[in-house]
Design a binder for this molecule. Structure first.
Ligand code: SAH
Length: 483
């Protein structure tokens, strides 16, 4: 049995992420302790005009008031302190006072943050990774400060210390690139090569002269290069779990100008695309619009000819029941450059996540991938070979024709007690596995009401599933295995 984890109903706020330009803007801080000091230190760097209202203040705040970097009003807060404020941060030690000030700010539509009181705050202050001028802000929507801190630590370790200087250096090259390079596309590629290549490496390692030399060479070669031709990358997206994308697939998604994807490719995977890439769904949807293969080929060619980097993203592997070969043939005919990034095909992903080894020294010496769809000219697969003992057969697109497939296997010599499994939504959190025998599978599947996409696996190896299942098997480990 598969149980799904249930979550307590929480309603996290979907904050709108912004960076606020506070230069010369009046900002009010109410409270004068440690906490207020921390916020003031952050505010100072933004160039805000800070006023601190508090009867008593931390020594550091007093020093700052004395040197004129902030104004200190040594008294209790009064409502007129809000006059003209662009932002309010409340950090007194009295919760009721904090909330009162928050209510007043709200009434005057001034964004307010009450330290450690998310419900009373209009905005929250994120955890940051600071590589001035590069700033990474992290929020968990208030769900877990510890998680935010861990993430921050990872980013701290991951982002080089000189990242901010590097950003400034890149800005310094912007005007030169505008003067020397033809169009925005060429400039984007120049900067991509710079950032991905040895120039960045040099700079980060502390050799800005070396970096500049590389940049100048690159500028010269880019300027004289002929207009970049578009390319098409045929990319396998894997069976569903986004973590099964290859590094190359990720890179292709990050570099793409436009992504033409199948309907089966999940939003979780499309999330990895470059933010301003155009996403075009060209899948066939049940009963909805569908794009013909000829249309898809034409779209690929058309966009590549505009000089774009086109990604054609397909579920699983593009060369396994994905018509990848047909699309490439069309590109070859049109003289468009292409490359292929393989993906984990459904059979491999699903078998792994279902705990069914497709081959096994004791049970199966071969595995066949078969389409459950009827062949275009009604040609049948080699049913005898698929039914033979010691063979594993994996049927794609087999759910609708399940009964016919089972019947053919039985007619061609497979035993009725040959183990068989149907796996639906494989590798995804809602993966479901139904195991049975050829004799009982159809009824079991009907009872379980599985939905496509689903994969049929037939062979003795399926029997191993009962011991090897590991994914989405909830709770069994806690239950004593008595029976
Ligand atoms: N090129 C793809 C296959 C496309 S055909 C690949 O290499 O995986 C579509 C069929 O793949 C579906 O009908 C189903 O049989 C199978 N399939 C794809 N994703 C699946 C998944 N997550 N779980 C089970 N079967 C899947």
């Amino acid at each position: 049995m598969h149980r799904h984890p249930s979550y307590a109903t929480i309603h996290p706020v979907n904050y709108f992420p912004v960076f606020f330009n506070l230069k010369d803007q009046p900002v009010l801080v109410v409270g004068g302790g440690e906490v207020a000091l921390r916020k003031v230190l952050l505010l100072e760097r933004s160039g805000a005009r800070i006023t601190v209202v508090a009867p008593e203040v931390h020594a550091d705040l007093r020093t700052r008031a004395a040197t004129g970097s902030l104004t200190h009003q040594a008294r209790e807060f009064v409502p007129s302190d809000l006059d003209g404020a662009r932002l309010v941060i409340v950090a007194t030690s009295r919760r009721a006072v904090n909330r009162w000030i928050a209510t007043l700010s709200e009434a005057r539509a001034i964004p307010v943050n009450v330290v450690d009181d998310r419900d009373a705050s209009r905005f929250i202050v994120p955890a940051i990774v600071d590589r001035d001028p590069v700033l990474v802000a992290i929020s968990t929507g208030g769900t877990s400060p510890v998680l935010a801190r861990r993430l921050r630590e990872r980013l701290e370790a991951f982002i080089p210390k000189r990242f901010g200087e590097f950003a400034l250096w890149l800005r310094g090259l912007r005007q030169t690139s505008v003067d020397r390079l033809r169009d925005t596309q060429q400039r984007r590629r120049f900067f991509e090569t710079l950032i991905d290549g040895p120039a960045a490496q040099r700079f980060i390692e502390g050799d800005p002269r070396g970096a500049l030399k590389i940049a100048q060479q690159l500028l010269a070669t880019t300027a004289t290069a002929p207009r970049a031709l578009g390319t098409v990358t045929l990319v396998g997206a894997g069976p569903g779990d986004p973590e099964l994308l290859t590094l190359k697939a990720l890179r292709a998604l990050q570099d793409a100008d436009i992504i033409l994807h199948d309907r089966l490719v999940s939003p979780a995977i499309l999330d990895y695309a470059r933010r301003d890439a155009t996403l075009l769904s060209v899948g066939k949807s049940a009963g909805g619009h569908s794009t013909t293969q000829a249309d898809i080929n034409a779209l690929l060619i058309e966009h590549a000819r505009q000089g774009l980097r086109v990604v054609r993203l397909k579920g699983g592997d593009p060369f396994i029941f994905g018509r990848g070969g047909e699309e490439l043939a069309a590109l070859a005919r049109a003289g468009v450059d292409f490359s292929v990034v393989p993906g984990i095909t459904a059979a491999l992903g699903v078998a792994a996540y279902a705990g069914i080894p497709l081959t096994h020294r004791d049970h199966a010496h071969s595995v066949s991938f078969v389409t459950g769809h009827a062949d275009r000219d009604g040609k049948e697969p080699d049913w005898r070979a698929l039914a033979a003992p010691g063979a594993t057969a994996v049927f794609y697109m087999g759910l609708a024709r399940l009964e016919r497939i089972v019947q053919q296997l039985l007619e061609h010599g497979a035993a009725a007690d040959r183990p068989a499994a149907l796996v639906a939504q494989g590798t995804l959190p809602n993966q479901r596995v139904v195991t049975a025998t050829l004799g009982t599978l159809a009824a079991a599947v009907a009872a379980a009401q599985l939905e496509s996409p689903a994969l049929l696996i037939v062979g003795d190896v399926v029997a191993l599933q009962s011991t090897l299942a590991w994914f989405n098997v909830v709770g069994d480990a806690d239950i004593p295995q008595s029976a």
